[in-house]
Ligand binder design. Sequence first.
Ligand code: HEC
Ligand code: HEC
Length: 484
Amino acid sequence: MRLHWAIGSGLVCLTMAGCPTEPVATTDPTESTQLGVQPLGNLEGPRLGTNRTRQQDIVDGLLSLDELRAAGLKMFSVPFNQADGYGDGPMDPQDPTSPGGRPTLQDNGVFLRVNGLDAQSCLECHSVVSSATIPSTFGVGGVGGTAANVIAQPFFIDVADRDDAGFASLDGRFINPPFVFGAGGIELLAKEMTDELQGLLELARLNDGNWVRLGTKGVDFGLVRFQDGVLDASRVEGIEPDLVVRPFGRKGQFATVREFDREAMLFHFGMQPIEVVGANNDADGDGVMNEVLIGELSALHIFNTTLERPFQMELDEAGQRGAALFEAVGCSSCHLPSMTTDRRSLPLSYPEVHDDPFANVYYEVDLTAAAPGFEATPRGGVRVPLYSDLKRHDMGSGLAESTGREIDSFFITARLWGVADTAPYLHDGRAMTLTEAIEMHGGAGQKAADAFRGLSIAERGDLLEFLYTLRTPLEPAAGVEASP
Ligand code: HEC
Ligand code: HEC
């Protein structure tokens, strides 16, 4: 199993795919013949078809927002096949554990693949808009049930019960898919926070020897200083020492949706983005090159960040009492009800530079026009009622994953917007109800969980009433029609 270190950090990178891949400098191929692949026979060619989205066309403004969203919807929901580049080619004898760059596990001669191929489309795992209705309400970009959970980075899969536990078991990460709704507001918040933190880092650099407090948008990430020009990050909290806010992934490891989506293409499908392997390069030897174009990941990014945001129903009296209790017992210290951006447009970059989030911008998404639910504030930003501080917390041994790393018990504060509709709860979906999810908080969340337990039944009911008002959008991708 590959182990990588996150860029500029002391924490082992524990993303689903092992580690965010480093993009390579490249451009989309211009010849359509370079996209042509052998049809599988009898009219069955690539599901992506020949009408592909190139980055240059986006840069040149040849595609409307609706066309881009439609192209992104296609990337999100098309079931890829071999003619698209789905899967890996033959095993490289020199590198038997990483076909297509996706690490696998060798256990006593048994070859196990646990990190895909696990689906044909993003939609297979992100498809439940509300599990509060019966039957569930399905739609694009939603959560997944337990069947859609991902098993990532196990070191040990004990199917034959060699450890005599009495049952088959595995370690590593078991992760339930969250929804993508409102991602545009989350990404914009994170970029502005990163920008501010980088400014504070520079301030510390200029004031060698002095601690600088890392506060942004009401969130405190601790203190930083330089000593004789050397970074001292020992008092930085809830974020990597590079001070890049990474809101995506349950561990808080991806700075942007694009970074996540690139990984998802590789990890789940063996679809190789050319920004990872280069243009006109069949890196996995499956007979297909240019599997995912730069423009196609851009379209996917635009689609994901223009999904409607979750909303809050009006609070009745019980809900108002519940909201007050949410504050009083300490939930809101992590589940910060809302943050506000300074601008209303989300800048999209290629290539992305995570510690310089406004570099290389090729497109701007005006969230107030493109992502339903976001409204301009009088100061020209948007309010993002996310119920999170976008910070990592140690949630204790009970919730810890088991990869054997320090980060195992750390999670980014789950965003509670939409939480009424998204059971099962917690990173692996172990909690079926909100009460279970709250009572399972350990570590830094233990005090609040105990305070919740200490409430009267009527008070707990009020707090739940309040959580029930946090709803997912009914039609998160309304208005987007997939292109053929
Ligand atoms: C096999 C199921 C599965 C498939 C297929 C899948 N995902 Fe996911 N997705 C997950 C899981 C599990 C997570 C949580 C990952 C983590 O915590 O690191 C996730 C998280 C995400 C996130 C981060 C959301 C957040 O708020 O943190 C995005 C964005 C995302 N997926 C997009 C995609 C896209 C785009 C595709 C297709 C290219 C895709 N996913 C395919 C299971 C899946
Ligand atoms: C120390 C920070 C912290 C405090 C305080 C805290 N939480 Fe959380 N909460 C988290 C984190 C981190 C997670 C994600 C844990 C995981 O996925 O395993 C979470 C998850 C949740 C979830 C599950 C959400 C989902 O979509 O899976 C709910 C519900 C929740 N918290 C409610 C509350 C309530 C109510 C309180 C107050 C009683 C509270 N939390 C206090 C950090 C906190």
